[in-house]
Structure formats: structure tokens, C-alpha cells
Ligand binder design. Structure first.
Ligand SMILES: Nc1ncnc2c1ncn2[C@@H]1O[C@H](COP(=O)(O)OP(=O)(O)OP(=O)(O)O)[C@@H](O)[C@H]1O
Length: 253
């Protein structure tokens, strides 16, 4: 029996969009501190699964469990407060504010202090934010307007804004999309350093990136869990290869 503790799970999870089941009886269990990669061809249901786990979309069947507690169809902000953080494909930072102000806003639980942050205090950053600044290597850019950051830096800022809130679980949807090879390698380093401290589910197509970060892959197909295994097992699976027929092959949408 597997002794590891499950961080979150979905059981027979489904959503029906006017008769079309984008997620159709999905089962998945991710262990505490694990980094799990979610693969699947275009339209397999990966983003919709993240929408269901994070409460952005309401399911029409099945369950979502967080530490064995059912959180199915809770409101998005309550799921976030319960410890599930989400990063979308398109970065969502405050472009007209500096990197420092973005980090402080992410850390801020009370909206009434926002004006103080926007005016830009120069007090020292709290330790937990300083650690994230170090991890994302954005120290030299703290005073820079987010609008002028490179694509990679913007993605790291958004990952950092999530980390400042210290979620137990992090859902990342294609974090390396549009990145250069150098930026992709750096993202792999950042995510690898998060392993063990957070439970991470990451949708990713870049197989070099997947190989460098991941132990177990789950493959989704037609809204279901088609296969699970190591990178080698998944790459050699006839079932997975058949599911990718007609697409550019495993690792490509
Ligand atoms: N709100 C919605 N209403 C109707 N259909 C939807 C809705 N959201 C997603 N779909 C459909 O559900 C299917 C799964 O979409 P989803 O975005 O989850 O796939 P994906 O695996 O993330 O694909 P990709 O790799 O291209 O991002 C697609 O056919 C999509 O068109």
C-alpha cells in the first residue's frame, strides 16, 4: 500500500457544457509535496480540470477533495483561501505597478491598505516576500514597472505572487508557453525548488521541461485519466501514442 498522504484528489469528476462532457469521470490523486505533470492533446480537458479544482467552473458530477475534505463546487475565493493557488496561461499582474508593489499586493489580505502600497512605501520587504524575490531572481527589478518586464520575468512575477500567499497546492497552466529555451530552463529550476514544499499540478507540453522536473505524469484524454507513469513509461505507452494519433505527437497540443 502507498503510505504517502494525498494532498488533493478528484473522483469521477465531470462537467457537462450543454451536452458536451469536457471532463468526463476524471480520477486523480496527487500526493503531498509531489510535482505532477498533466499531459494531453489539444482539447483533452486539462484547463477545464484546473477550472473545476479551483472553483472557476462548477462540476456537474463527482467530487473534489482537499486533504480528504470535500470542496466540490465551493466558491473560487474560498478554495483559494483553503490553500489552492492557480496560475493561468496568460499572466495576470498589475502592469502599471512595480514588481515590489505587485508582490506587496499579492501579500495583502486587506483591501483598505492597498492605497498605501500603490503610493509605494520603501520599507524592507518581509522575509517571506524576500525569499520569493530571491527564488524568482527579480531583486534587480523590484523598482521596475511590470509592463516593461520580459515575458519570462512576467511569468516568474506571477508565480512569485502566488508563492507569497504560500498555498499548499499550486496549479500551473503551461508556465513555459512562449518562453525562450533559457527562460524555460530557469522556470524548471524555480519549479524544482518548490517540490516538497508545495504540491504542484502543472500542465505542460514541452517534453524537455517535463523530463527535467517531473516524476509522474498523468495523461488526460477525452476528459478522463488515460494513463499514469514515469516519463519513460508514458513515452513508450501504446495507449498514449494511440490517443495522440492525429496530433503532432506526445508533448504537442
Ligand atoms: N465553457 C465552455 N463551454 C463549452 N465548451 C468548453 C468550455 N470550456 C472548454 N470547452 C471545451 O472543452 C474541451 C476541453 O477544453 P480544455 O481547454 O479543457 O482542453 P485542454 O486540454 O486544456 O486543451 P489545450 O491543450 O488546447 O489548452 C474543448 O473541446 C473546449 O472547446
Amino acid at each position: 500500500m502507498d503510505e504517502r498522504r494525498i494532498s488533493f484528489a478528484v473522483k469521477d469528476l465531470s462537467v457537462d457544457f450543454n451536452g458536451f462532457k469536457a471532463v468526463n469521470g476524471m480520477n486523480l490523486s496527487v500526493y503531498k509535496g509531489e510535482l505532477r505533470v498533466l499531459l494531453g492533446a489539444n482539447g483533452a480537458g486539462k484547463t477545464t480540470l484546473m477550472d473545476l479544482i479551483s472553483g472557476r467552473t462548477k462540476s456537474t458530477g463527482g467530487k473534489v477533495l482537499l486533504n480528504d475534505k470535500e470542496i466540490t463546487n465551493w466558491e473560487e475565493h474560498l478554495i483559494s483561501r483553503a490553500g489552492i493557488g492557480r496560475k493561468f496561461q496568460i499572466p495576470n499582474v498589475f502592469k502599471e505597478l512595480t514588481v515590489r508593489q505587485n508582490f506587496l499586493i499579492a501579500d495583502c489580505k486587506e483591501t483598505r491598505v492597498l492605497p498605501n502600497i500603490v503610493r509605494g512605501s520603501h520599507r524592507e520587504l518581509p522575509d517571506h516576500i524576500a525569499r520569493v524575490v530571491e527564488l524568482t531572481e527579480l531583486y534587480d527589478f523590484l523598482g521596475t514597472e511590470a509592463a516593461t518586464l520580459s515575458h519570462g520575468q512576467t511569468q516568474w512575477l506571477e508565480i512569485g505572487m502566488l508563492l507569497v500567499q504560500n498555498p499548499d497546492i499550486i496549479l500551473l497552466d503551461e508556465p513555459t508557453a512562449g518562453m525562450t529555451a533559457h527562460e524555460t530552463r530557469k522556470t524548471a529550476e524555480i519549479i524544482t525548488r518548490l517540490k516538497g514544499r508545495h504540491t504542484i499540478l502543472v500542465v505542460e507540453h514541452d517534453m524537455a521541461f517535463v523530463r527535467s522536473i517531473c516524476e509522474t505524469i498523468t495523461v488526460m484524454h477525452h476528459g478522463q485519466n488515460l494513463a499514469e507513469g514515469t516519463v519513460t513509461e508514458i513515452e513508450n505507452s501504446a495507449e498514449v501514442q494511440a490517443a495522440y494519433l492525429g496530433s503532432a505527437g506526445i508533448g504537442h497540443a
